[in-house]
Design a protein around this ligand. Structure first.
Ligand code: LLP
Length: 436
């Protein structure tokens, strides 16, 4: 198996140079500088369409797909989501404002977060966010109060913790009972908050939400989660007479960072979930609520690539070799945070199989500033060569920082043979712009 061309938007041209979205990378590095985030816009659109079609087909024309915009949030992306007919999940005033600026229809936005402040709540209502996904009882009262002041009725879903372990890394497992998110079925808090919501006059309860985790490969996780959630929907119906119109089952489908990880067949997975849910609804004698999926990573991850320029190459005889690049944990904190694997390759040519293995590191003053260990590398790699880190479209720009006062890279969109700047490179001047 080819270990480097892990998505079909990657190729090598006749002189061996890596191409992304049909484009040679060195001219783009020359034009925009490095480090540089590139996005393959056509791939993003393809992923949206795959989800939308799969959901419509599997759920007989019903169902919704919401892009979890925490994965990557900037104006151009919300414009694409609008054009593709997606809904969105937002988690902060910053995401709400950016989506609003992009002209996104905010009635298709779902506002998450386990701790919405009164200011957040008022802000989201001011911008006409369609749904609040309510985490807990105190937050529910806060939303009721602000909605009453505004003399409106706010649509909500309740975030429920189904008690499912998604078998992924701990930082992204969110569906377990002891999670900081949501109200748990097991403790009775889920039923309690449902009854509270039904009694409030400025709240319109539309249904329930759950999200079990992220970077999930095991399809059984979704079957177990929907099993628990549909049973909850039926129990609530019996106890209160309230029948959920919507059931949002969150995001989480995993993506391929390295060749040994599988590529999930989204359509097949959604079809499996739909079949299971339909059967379960019959068994429980309830009507199946409209189902929503909330993918983030699997919409944008492999539509992204980061370009770096190599600087220092250091070989410590008998120990290890370091290849330093002009970015690092500031534009990609995911190895430092989660030990996430990545495929990092030289742009100029493929690395032979028996190549030396190096640590690819960043330029921050911190030993933990590592992008990846054990990366097969060309013998003659040196200052000025380009490296590409693949699958960086999700949780990179959105998690980037200015540690060491390093400016954030530019973001360039590639579409139909054209390249277009979406976000310009930060300048040192930008970094002091807020100082008074
Ligand atoms: N819905 C909710 C409520 C979520 O909390 C998340 C992700 C998603 C949907 C989208 O999940 P996805 O399809 O992207 O897996 N920073 C971590 C990921 C954190 C995920 C947080 N929630 C990382 O870089 O791996």
């Amino acid at each position: 198996m080819n270990n480097e061309l892990i998505c079909n938007n990657l190729t090598r041209n006749s002189s061996g140079e890596l191409c992304f979205a049909g484009r040679e990378l060195s001219p783009l590095a020359l034009k925009y500088g490095t480090p540089l985030y590139l996005y393959d816009e056509d791939r993003i659109r393809e992923r949206c369409r795959t989800y939308l079609k799969a959901v419509k087909t599997a759920f007989d024309g019903r169902g919704r797909v919401l892009y979890a915009s925490k994965a990557a949030s900037f104006r151009r992306l919300y414009e694409i989501m609008k054009e593709e007919g997606m809904g969105i999940d937002v988690v902060s005033c910053g995401e709400i404002y950016t989506a609003h600026l992009a002209g996104f229809p905010m009635e298709k936005a779902y506002f998450h977060s386990n701790n919405k402040t009164d200011e957040d709540i008022a802000y989201a209502m001011k911008y006409g966010v369609g749904y609040f996904v309510v985490d807990n009882a105190k937050e529910l009262y806060a939303i009721e109060r602000v909605a009453a002041e505004k003399e409106m009725r706010q649509r909500i879903l309740l975030r429920i913790t189904p008690g499912i372990d998604p078998h992924t890394y701990a930082a992204v497992a969110t569906g377990k009972v002891d999670s900081k998110f949501g109200s748990a079925i097991e403790t009775g808090q889920a039923e309690e908050i449902t009854k509270l919501a039904l009694g409030l006059s400025h709240i319109e309860l539309c249904g329930f939400h759950c999200h079990v985790g992220s970077q999930v490969f095991d399809s059984d996780v979704y079957l177990r989660a929907t099993d628990v959630m549909l049973t909850f929907v039926a129990d609530i119906y019996r106890v209160t007479g309230f029948m959920a119109a919507e059931l949002d089952i969150g995001g989480g489908y995993g993506v391929r960072y390295i060749a040994s990880q599988p590529e999930i067949d989204i359509a097949a997975n959604i079809a499996e979930v739909a079949e299971f849910m339909k059967k379960k609804a019959v068994e429980l004698q309830i009507e199946l609520p409209e189902v929503a999926f909330e993918p983030g990573r699997s919409i944008v991850a492999d539509a992204g690539l980061t370009l770096y320029t190599v600087g220092t190459v250091k070989r410590i005889p008998g120990y290890k070799s370091y290849v330093s690049v002009d970015g690092g944990m500031t534009d990609n904190p995911r190895f430092a945070l989660y030990g996430s694997p990545y495929t990092i390759v030289p742009v100029k040519e493929t690395v032979p199989e028996d190549a030396e293995k190096v640590s690819v590191v960043g330029r921050c003053c911190e030993s933990g500033d590592i992008l990846q260990e054990n990366v097969p590398m060309l013998k003659d790699i040196g200052r000025g060569d380009l490296l590409a880190c693949l699958t960086t479209g999700a949780y990179h720009y959105s998690m980037a920082s200015n540690y060491n006062r390093i400016p954030r890279p530019a973001v360039v969109m590639l579409a139909g043979g054209e390249d277009r700047l979406a976000i310009r490179r930060e300048l040192p001047e930008d970094l002091v712009a807020l100082e008074v």
